[in-house]
Design a binder for this molecule. Structure first.
Ligand code: EPU
Length: 334
């Protein structure tokens, strides 16, 4: 185990925020976990750093998950169960699956971050969520110094949510995830933009690969590349409101888009609310709201985490004032 001191976290978070970590360790050997557990300092787990806002120097040990490997756990005529180490890059797993014609995660192409973040956040895009393919999650449970495996149900998945963000917050280090992928997939092209893109691409026969390429094209046209402009994807969750609230909103703004949640609730796009408050394309110093997607806050160069936090607070306030809707941050704030 190589414990480093006073390391800048700038290369390890897609917002590109420059704060130091008191201690930093790259975990590429699962056997080092016991040794790290014995350190007295507080532990912080960093995956791809693509869903995090660093607002101050981090005291304690920042662990960068570098556990790698994809193995076939079992298969039958319809499905294959892949056991994937948590430090694998998520998009590499998507490429692996589509190149083998395996279906289930093609709509989640190009989501930044690691495999370990997929259950944590229950990542989702274009009508699909990671929970639909996650069979189980194995993690190191700090308190008991042991590995535990939770079934899909035990992970208590919700919209961008799981037990790892709640009861097990800071208590579990995800080491591997088993995904159940399909050899005879049925595809989800319900999201309008995908259908449009497939038509533009001239696709006649659907495949996991064609859908992933369509998604990659949509994402690159709308979302900023963190290599060029620092960002963490959607900064806020899409808020869920009651149908009664929605009816009221609709009476004022008849163009407000919505997605049904159940018989009582609907989700409205936070991006739409933020744009209506005039924030889209806003810039102050190096902090801003992306010009093509109002849900994405950006760091143009040297923004501080606090500047981005303050901008997000102003946005929350104005959406509350204009629509009486409380936005909730999706990113993890350290
Ligand atoms: N819209 C606006 N202004 C904008 C952008 C969008 O008014 O600047 C409206 C449009 O009406 C559009 C609707 O919002 O029809 C939905 O927009 P979009 O399809 O871009 O999706 P989103 O709801 O803004 C969510 C996820 C994204 C995911 C896309 C596609 C959340 C918090 N975000 O965004 O996930 O890629 O759907 O499925 O649920 C992420 O989590 O980091 C992320 C990028």
């Amino acid at each position: 185990m190589h414990l480093q001191q006073n390391i800048s976290l700038k290369p390890y978070n897609t917002f590109g925020i420059d704060v130091p970590a008191e201690y930093f360790v790259e975990l590429d050997d699962i056997n080092d976990l016991a040794e790290i557990t014995a350190l007295p300092e507080k532990k912080h787990v960093l995956g791809g750093g693509s869903n995090i806002l660093l607002t101050h120097p981090v005291t304690g040990v920042v662990m960068h998950n570098k556990l790698k490997g994809i193995t076939v756990e079992r298969e039958n005529k319809d499905h294959i169960w892949l056991n994937v180490q948590a430090g694998e890059i998520w998009h590499d797993l998507v490429l692996y699956a589509i190149n083998k014609g395996l279906g289930g995660i093609e709509n989640l192409a190009l989501i930044p971050g690691t495999v370990g973040a997929s259950p944590m956040q229950n990542i989702g895009a274009y009508g699909v969520e990671a929970k639909e393919t996650i069979e189980s999650v194995t993690f190191w449970y700090w308190k008991e110094k042991t590995f535990l495996t939770y079934s899909n149900r035990e992970c208590a998945f919700g919209y961008r949510d799981s037990i790892f963000k709640r009861q097990l917050k800071d208590k579990a280090f995800i080491t591997s995830v088993v995904y159940k992928l399909s050899k005879k997939p049925t595809y989800n092209t319900s999201y309008g933009a995908i259908q449009e893109e497939l038509e533009n691409m001239g696709v006649v026969e659907l495949s996991a690969k064609a859908i992933a390429y369509a998604v990659m094209h949509i994402r690159t046209s709308k979302l900023p590349d963190p290599k060029q402009i620092g960002n963490a994807g959607s900064f806020f969750k899409n808020p869920t409101i009651t149908k009664a609230q929605f009816a009221q909103l609709r009476s004022l703004y008849d163009a407000v888009p919505s997605f049904p949640v159940n018989d009582l609730l609907v989700k409205v796009p936070a991006a739409w609310l933020i744009e209506r408050c005039g924030w889209k394309g806003y810039r102050k110093g190096d902090t801003g709201v992306h010009a093509k997607q109002a849900l994405v806050l950006v760091n143009y160069a040297h923004a501080k985490g606090k500047d981005i936090w303050n901008l997000s607070s102003e946005i929350v306030k104005s959406v509350k004032e204009k629509f009486n809707i409380e936005l909730e941050r999706e990113v993890q704030v350290w």
